[in-house]
Ligand binder design. Structure first.
Ligand code: SAH
Length: 339
């Protein structure tokens, strides 16, 4: 097991179980996340036998960077995991800080028709530590501090729920990576029971919903999950989430030419989101070789944007990063593995 799988509470339990002082958990967190040791033997204020015990019980490095592709304000990382699988993360330099988009699974079972990652079925969940290490490795390679994390890479985070929650506990912890909860965003295609469960999770993180269509018929055509959880249930769950958390949700809406980008679609979306404390992010689609979808033209996107805006919906058009380096959604992994 990786040492990065453990929250500070779990590490405290571990130290107590082996008959050690519980404050060692805080010490070790400092060594791992502040001083960034790569070997337990470097944790010099922990006694030698305990360090040896730690090296027997835990691994410390479990993922490695295979390639880094760089373009202006963006770096795309391909990682290899211990079992030989590959995942990706994307670093974006914004004016407000450095944001890292991390993967949560190897493959994905959601099967969204437009998504490159979903072309490969889920092989397994990522362990908590494999998510934490994406941040550590990128900070080390880039020499930058990651201030924002979005769980929007390969995988469906709510299909790996417990590990995602522990991941948030670790990266948010003061002695961990100390990334503010409001700087962490979880994106889901809409697993209703997990949205409800997440409304009880006591961290002020952001929730983004991949909506992509304003009605069940269209949504069902591009996102199989819509058949399991129709919009009525999804919107209901979101309302409960908003009520419990007092927060705002983001709706992501990919603009697919001729599919979901008409004036009628925009009006329907206005109707669907009426009265919900939300903000809509229109995403220019990243075209990918294996799939037939095309991005909407800029004028269509602008028109769609105007309709939402005129109807008092807070809306932005996502700034684009990394089109030239296949930074979009699972493309680097596909290139590497050629499936
Ligand atoms: N499974 C989660 C998180 C991963 S996908 C989710 O569905 O939210 C992250 C976001 O990227 C989703 O909104 C997804 O629909 C979107 N996406 C997938 N393929 C894309 C592409 N080719 N271009 C633009 N956005 C894409």
């Amino acid at each position: 097991m990786s040492i990065y799988d453990l929250t500070i509470d779990e590490l405290t339990e571990y130290f107590l179980k082996i008959g050690e002082k519980k404050y060692y958990a805080k010490e070790l967190f400092s060594w791992l996340y502040n001083k960034r040791i790569t070997s337990f033997s470097d944790a010099t204020n922990i006694k030698k036998e305990t360090r040896e015990r730690l090296s027997k019980d835990f691994t410390i490095s479990n993922i490695e960077i295979v390639t880094v592709e760089k373009a202006k304000d963006v770096r795309k990382y391909l990682f290899k995991l211990r079992d030989g699988e590959h995942i990706e993360a994307v670093l974006m330099n914004h004016d407000y800080g450095n944001s890292l988009c991390i993967s949560s699974q190897v493959g994905c079972n959601m099967g969204c028709k437009f998504c490159e990652s979903g072309r490969r079925k889920k092989v397994r969940n990522l362990a908590t530590g494999e998510m934490v290490e994406q941040i550590l490795k990128v900070e080390n390679e880039s020499d930058l501090r990651i201030s924002h994390v979005v769980i929007m890479g390969i995988g469906e985070p709510f299909d790996n729920y417990d590990n995602i929650c522990n991941f948030i506990r670790i990266i948010n912890h003061l002695k961990g990576l100390n990334i503010g909860a409001r700087h962490i965003t979880v994106s889901t295609c809409g697993l209703v029971p997990k949205i409800l469960e997440f409304s009880e999770f006591p961290y002020q993180v952001n929730l983004a919903i991949s909506l992509h269509a304003p009605n069940d018929k269209l949504r069902g055509e591009i996102m199989p999950i819509a058949k399991a959880y129709p919009l009525k249930d999804l919107i209901n769950a979101i309302k409960i989430y908003l009520e419990k958390t007092n927060r705002r949700v983001t709706f992501e809406y990919i603009m697919l030419a001729g599919v979901n980008d008409s004036v009628d679609n925009a009006l329907e979306l206005v109707h669907l989101l009426k009265g919900i404390n939300c903000y809509v992010n229109l995403i220019p689609y990243n075209e990918t070789e294996a799939l037939q979808y095309k991005r909407s033209n800029p004028l269509t996107i602008a028109k769609f944007y105007d309709i939402l805006k005129k109807n008092n919906i807070t809306v932005t058009i996502r700034r684009e990063f990394g089109g030239t380096i296949s930074a979009a959604c699972g493309q680097l992994r596909s290139k590497k593995e050629e499936i």
